[in-house]
Design a protein around this ligand. Structure first.
Ligand code: MTE
Ligand code: HPA
Ligand code: MOS
Length: 774
């Protein structure tokens, strides 16, 4: 990566040194990943006598269960037992935000793929065979698959939410231009490489240990306790790492862990339950499809004076995280723009799809797509480029968001202007124009996409974490936090923090598994906040330990604590190396009976939100950035490539540049996929048609942009971010939204009469039709 500005020579030399350290930090998992040694749930050495579970799920999207016959399945050699709701000792209830979701269906089914029973057998193969022998008769009820139908029938998850600022109604009257329209953005399959799964092992006295591929160990623990009707301390949840989560394991890792625990509870045997890809695709929820309508009003000089939007969220058959996701749609409905008069409403519509769930961006991308669509529409009607509208409406310092937070340390214009100058937008645009003049069967399109994303769980009470740090008497260190490693590199960041504080090499530091007995009552690893929350807790614990160690050193060396520093595994007095090594200091501390263990709790300060007023200061800070996306469309075939994506991104002061760059690239690819090729399809009966990798296409190495450049914006960072290194997990996904509009611009170059539609994803089929539509 290159820095945007170069400083004077000395500064840049120092920077080069610290940068080389930051860049040399590799994701600590990369070695075991590459060698195939990383352990996932399916790799655990299972105990002798372990049983295997397969879930029997509803073959209809909505109906009354008239009769089920398990007898043939039960009679199959090797089948141990089949569990249904009747075997639940506690509550048949797994709803997180709203208690509206059963673990197993009772007499009705609400979506195709809804779990009805768990078949437990000597092998997964036998359990699968048994599943085919179950006979079921369902009396079908009307199926709702779209949010609009749900709205028409009054089928909702909860009450609507609305944010407002100023007076949009009045403002529209004063606008030179007013446009209204509709948009659709489809769902998205998480497609984590490791499918959902858990392994339950009975312990003494009815205790159960569960290894789960979950982003939320506490949610798993709490739900198992609730379903089994036992206290939480009887349940231990352990997570080594996930082969990807992307939000799909924030809530929806829970049912499988609960089922494995339930079977283990009854059988007093270990039980392994791993969904195969087909089962996972069919039974789990995805990103929420949204059907939305907008009204945008602009002045003669293209200022957006008023914006209204209604978002219909297709929530699926139960709440899951939908209400929180709906809320984040409202938080990000105006993206990076200041709009003085706003009214946005979101309705969580109950349908007969699997409950949709968290997915990178958490409703934010769905909100942003609508205002970007409204801008594109306005630009096309007025006869200007979207860029002209975007540019004059970018957020400024001290602007108010519709939810009442005052924008501070705003970098919208900074990233926008930097992107324009660093990447020479003028020449990029000229190239596109010249190319389009010279070519009739290939056309290029370019779009800019600014992003602004709020960092914190929008639900303020969730913003806390803990860390438990041991310094062992040989000077090595063990760290437990609530952070779940899912590929985003959070464990490496935790290591860096301890390495920094104690000045020991990362080889001396171990990040322990995430375990509810070591760090309890945690929020899931989500909202891009994992490194901030757990990192700050780790920093606090390490600093307390450091203070103790320095005190011992000062007594031992008879110098004042202010003169002491730890550097490269030695104690330094006034910057001069002493004889006292890190290891000796640690054993001296031990001999003095001073604690070498510390537990710290961090809760984000300053944030608050009042839902009765829909106003507050929910975010610790915002992340900003601007992307320029260029595409080439083959106008004979409708296929396309992304020539380049050029980004200026606000990392703050990145503490792990390689990892953060990986996050930007990965999120961008996921955003591009959502906007262009990933097409979820259900039929009218609520059956998932895109139920395999042959019918659901995600970006591969051939379809990611040929050239991606990410320039870090030079900023002071934010004190609320861990070591001023801003959260990076989700924000860059939304750069991908620009791809949709780049494609539209290429289509317009070929077919100027094309009426813009805002219906994502823009698959090659849709591109082809748009090219020839009159
Ligand atoms: N990166 C990888 N490799 N795998 C993942 O599952 N999840 C994303 C993002 N980046 C994910 C990822 C999502 S949805 C979130 S919220 C954040 O990482 C969570 O981690 P963080 O809080 O440490 O950024
Ligand atoms: N982001 C991600 N996950 C969440 C949030 C959020 O804001 N709130 C609750 N779960
Ligand atoms: Mo991420 S969608 O907050 O797990």
């Amino acid at each position: 990566m290159h820095k945007q500005k170069s400083n004077n020579t000395l500064d840049s030399k120092l920077e080069a040194v610290s940068m080389s350290i930051k860049q040399s930090i590799k994701n600590m998992d990369s070695f075991t990943h590459v060698r195939g040694e990383s352990v996932y749930v399916d790799d655990i050495n299972i105990k002798q006598g372990t049983f295997h579970g397969v879930v029997f799920d509803s073959p209809k999207a909505h109906g009354k269960i008239k009769y089920i016959d398990y007898s043939k399945a039960e009679a199959l050699e090797g089948v141990e037992r089949i569990f249904t709701y009747k075997d639940i000792p506690g509550a048949n209830q797994i709803g997180g935000i709203i208690p509206d979701e059963l673990l197993f269906a009772e007499d009705e089914v609400h979506f195709w793929g809804m779990p009805i029973a768990l078949i437990v057998a000597k092998s997964e193969f036998i359990a699968r065979k048994a599943r085919a022998l179950i006979e079921i008769d369902i009396e079908e009820l009307p199926v709702i698959t779209t949010a609009k139908e749900a709205k028409a029938k009054g089928s909702f998850i909860n009450a609507p939410r609305s944010f407002s600022l100023g007076n949009s109604e009045k403002a529209f009257a004063a606008c030179a231009y007013v446009f209204e329209g509709e948009t659709f953005s489809n769902g998205q399959e998480h497609l984590y490489i490791e499918t959902q799964g858990a392994y339950a092992e009975p312990q003494e006295n009815g205790n159960i240990k569960i290894t789960s591929s979950t982003q939320g160990p506490t949610a798993v623990q709490k739900t198992i306790a609730q379903v089994l009707g036992v206290a939480m301390h009887k349940i231990e949840v352990d997570v080594t790492r996930l082969g990807g989560g992307f939000g799909g394991k924030e809530d929806q890792a829970t049912p499988w862990a609960v089922m494995a625990a339930l079977a283990s509870y009854h059988l007093n045997q270990s039980v392994k339950l791993i969904l195969n890809r087909h089962d996972d695709l069919r039974m789990t929820g995805k990103r929420h499809p949204y059907e939305s309508s907008y009204k945008i009003g602009l002045s003669k000089d293209l200022k957006i004076l008023a914006y209204e939007a209604e978002f219909l969220q297709n929530s699926g058959a139960a709440a899951d995280l939908s209400p929180a996701i709906a809320e984040r749609t409202l938080f990000h409905a105006t993206n990076s723009y200041y709009v003085p008069n706003v009214k946005t409403t979101v309705l969580s519509c109950k349908t007969n799809l699997p409950p949709n769930t968290a997915f990178r961006g958490f409703g934010g991308p769905q909100g942003m797509f609508v205002i970007e669509s409204a801008i594109a529409r306005a630009a096309s009607e007025i006869g200007v480029s979207s860029r002209q509208i975007q540019e004059v409406n970018l957020l400024d310092e001290n602007d108010t968001f519709s939810y009442g937070q005052i924008a501070k340390k705003v970098e919208s214009k900074n990233t926008w202007d930097s992107a324009k100058s660093i990447f020479n937008l003028e020449s990029l645009e000229r190239n596109v124009k010249e190319f389009n003049k010279a070519n009739s069967t290939f056309k290029k399109g370019l779009a800019l996409m600014p992003i602004t994303f709020g960092i914190s769980f929008t639900n303020t009470p969730m913003n806390h974490a803990r860390a438990l740090v041991h310094v062992y008497l040989d000077g090595s260190i063990g760290i437990s936090t609530a952070a779940v490693e899912m590929g985003q590199g959070v464990n490496t960041k935790m290591m860096q923090i301890a390495s920094d504080v104690f000045s020991v090499p990362i080889e001396k530091i171990k990040i322990e598994t995430t375990n509810t007995t070591r760090v309890a009552n945690t929020s899931p690893s989500a909202a891009s906040s994992t490194a901030d929350l757990n990192g700050k807790a780790t920093l606090m614990a390490c600093n307390t330990l450091l203070e103790r160690l320095v005190k011992v050193a000062s007594e031992d060396l008879n110098v004042s604590v202010e003169d002491i520093k730890l550097k490269a595994e030695f104690v330094y007095i006034n910057e001069k190396k002493s004889e006292l090594s890190w290891t000796d200091l640690v054993s001296k501390t031990m001999l003095k009976r001073v604690a070498l263990t510390e537990n710290a709790h961090y809760a984000t300060p300053e944030i608050h939100f009042d839902k009765t007023k829909e106003k507050g200061h929910p975010f610790a800070y915002h992340v900003y950035g601007t992307a320029i996306i260029t595409t080439t469309v083959d106008c004979t075939r409708g296929t396309y490539e992304f020539d380049s994506v050029k980004i200026v991104h606000d990392y703050g002061k990145s503490m792990s540049e390689g990892i953060d760059l990986g996050q930007v690239e990965g999120a961008l690819a996921q955003g591009l996929g959502w906007m262009t090729m990933e097409e979820i399809a259900y039929n009218n009966e609520g059956r998932l048609l895109s139920n395999a990798l042959s019918t659901y296409k995600i970006p591969d190495i051939f379809s990611v942009p040929k050239y991606v450049e990410v320039i870090p914006l030079e900023t002071d960072g934010d004190a609320m971010a861990i070591l001023k290194s801003k959260a990076v997990g989700e924000p860059p996904l939304m750069y991908g939204i620009g791809a949709y509009f780049a494609l539209q611009n290429a289509i317009k170059a070929f077919n100027p009469e094309h009426q813009l539609k805002f219906h994502a994803p823009m698959t090659p089929e849709k591109v082809l039709m748009s090219l020839y539509e009159k």
